[in-house]
Design a protein around this ligand. Structure first.
Ligand SMILES: NC(=O)C1=CN([C@@H]2O[C@H](COP(=O)(O)OP(=O)(O)OC[C@H]3O[C@@H](n4cnc5c(N)ncnc54)[C@H](O)[C@@H]3O)[C@@H](O)[C@H]2O)C=CC1
Ligand SMILES: O=C(O)C(=O)COP(=O)(O)O
Length: 469
């Protein structure tokens, strides 16, 4: 095909991984649509954004796992992308087979995108975590291979906080047990060891989006709130930060965990911590299953040290709904099921209509912005870079995106390559070993785009190059 001179009608692949020469698309002719209005004020501007190519949007293949909300699916389909949406996560081998083919993957908390899986993802540009946690993705490996990762940092925080409030009262009044008894036909009216929550102390471990929201709700119900966090944070209401986890455990009637999955938080609540807790206190974990040593919890509950617990998360969680909560999945599952006053829920902390809709919109918008415009605002593993959109007033402009290793001298070399053009605007930022450069250049002829791409890819620092025009 003879390329036309006008870059607006040009058809050429101008995005590539330096480590993979598989074409993302070989015949793109349709332009991208404009980003949605939900970008918000910061990105809005008066002149209509130009539709950037080179891809036929229908060439962009997206795999959505774990029942991503239809709001998100519709935004992506509205762009013309090919979207396959599955209700469950996939076993690793099936995931590998599918991920080889796609440019974008959307997941929730179950799908593990570890190095083994990502190594096979030769065409992958971007990952959307349609949830808060990103511990299921090897963020560093992804960044080093030019794959940006986005999430929704707080759209389900309120849902988790409300669930925890419900659990505090449910545990204090042994509602789960009374309800189970009634379901079995047993009337068992008791008040022994059933309490009001008014005046009791709630200890929040991790005072971030969820912990701080919970703090406000708990105080409104008359609880005293203390919290422990590795950083010093402003206390909301009359809550109080305590200096150590031990202080919190010794003082709290209810301990609730809201920390991310990190090496330091794994097994954070184990035998030594249960020993510090008050006799007859309660434990709630809606963070990650790795944070609590479950056999130690079982022991603490059998001994009466812990009067009740609510667990929403587990070290191993099944890929789909079904009768999976057995010892085959987690070796202590039957022990947990045999305890009284324990609420076991299947990781539903963020599972409300409101949260899932909001997450769908937020993450899908971020993916569209990244695919169509290269904007990394909100990325959890790339430097955040934003340039205002190219507009129809700028006909022969191109946006150069260069993801590269963060080593000295790169900018000079890139600017030599772009040197024959006027660089209208440029942004460059780094995060650890990876840097992200975006430059809008003017007076670009179609023939020059391939040269620019080839020259950038020839640099030893190159991770991935995209030229949008
Ligand atoms: N059950 C569910 O469905 C959901 C679970 N989650 C989990 O909840 C976690 C917390 O969520 P957010 O509040 O949004 O996170 P966040 O990032 O806003 O807050 C986490 C807080 O934990 C603190 N922290 C980190 N390491 C710590 C340590 N070793 N000791 C004490 N504090 C520590 C941080 O400084 C931060 O203030 C998420 O990472 C996710 O794993 C989130 C949403 C839904
Ligand atoms: O948002 C999170 O981190 C959660 O744990 C919720 O995960 P989910 O979307 O329900 O798989």
């Amino acid at each position: 095909m003879t390329p036309p001179v006008d870059i607006h009608t040009a058809a050429s692949r101008t995005v590539s991984h330096s480590w993979d020469q598989n074409n993302l698309s070989t015949s793109p002719t349709i332009t991208f649509q404009s980003p949605p209005n939900s970008w918000g004020g910061a990105l809005a501007h008066r002149v209509a954004p130009k539709q950037l190519k080179p891809f036929n949007t229908q060439d962009i293949k997206i795999l959505l796992l774990e029942n991503v909300n239809t709001t998100g699916q519709e935004i992506l389909r509205g762009q013309g992308y090919q979207v396959e949406a599955l209700k469950t996560s996939l076993p690793e081998d099936q995931l590998i087979a599918k991920i080889r083919d796609v440019h974008v993957i959307g997941i929730r908390s179950k799908t593990k995108l570890n190095e083994r899986v990502l190594r096979e993802a030769k065409n992958l540009l971007v990952v959307g975590c349609f949830c808060i946690g990103t511990n299921q993705v090897d963020l560093e490996y992804a960044a080093r291979h030019g794959i940006s990762v986005f999430n929704s940092p707080f759209a389900n925080s309120r849902s988790v906080a409300e669930l925890v409030i419900a659990e505090i009262i449910t545990l204090a009044r042994q509602l789960g047990d009374r309800s189970n008894e009634m379901h079995r036909g047993t009337w068992n009216k008791v008040s022994a060891k059933c309490w009001e929550i008014r005046g009791k102390t709630l200890g929040i471990v991790g005072y971030g989006h969820i912990g701080s929201q919970l703090s406000v709700l708990a105080e409104a119900m008359g609880m005293n709130v203390i919290y422990y966090d590795v950083v010093t944070l402003m206390a909301l209401g009359t809550s109080r930060q305590v200096p150590t986890l031990e202080n919190l455990l010794e003082e709290a009637d209810f301990v609730t965990l809201h920390v991310p999955d990190l090496p330091e938080t794994r097994g954070m609540i184990s035998t030594a911590q249960f020993e510090k807790m008050k006799i007859g206190s309660y434990l709630i974990n809606a963070s990650r299953g790795t944070v609590v040593d479950i056999p130690a919890l079982v022991k603490a509950m059998r001994s009466g040290k812990v009067a009740g617990a609510a667990l929403d998360v587990y070290p191993n969680e099944p890929a789909a709904n079904g009768d999976y909560f057995t010892n085959n999945l987690n070796q202590w599952a039957e022990d947990l099921r045999s305890l009284t006053n324990i609420i076991l829920t299947p990781h539903i902390g963020g599972s409300t209509e409101e949260a899932q809709r909001a997450i769908g919109i937020e993450v899908a918008d971020a993916l569209v912005r990244y695919i169509n415009q290269g904007i990394t605002l909100g990325s959890v593993n790339m430097p955040e870079a934003q340039l205002r959109s190219l507009t129809l007033d700028e006909p022969n402009h191109a946006r150069v995106i260069y993801i590269h290793r963060n080593v000295p001298g790169v900018l000079r070399k890139v600017n030599e390559i772009l040197g024959d053009h006027n660089v209208d605007k440029q942004i460059s930022d780094s995060k650890g070993d990876v840097a992200y450069l975006m430059a809008d250049i003017s007076n670009v002829r179609y023939e020059e785009i391939k040269d620019i791409t080839d020259n950038l890819e020839a640099l030893s620092s190159c991770i991935m190059t995209r030229v949008l025009y």
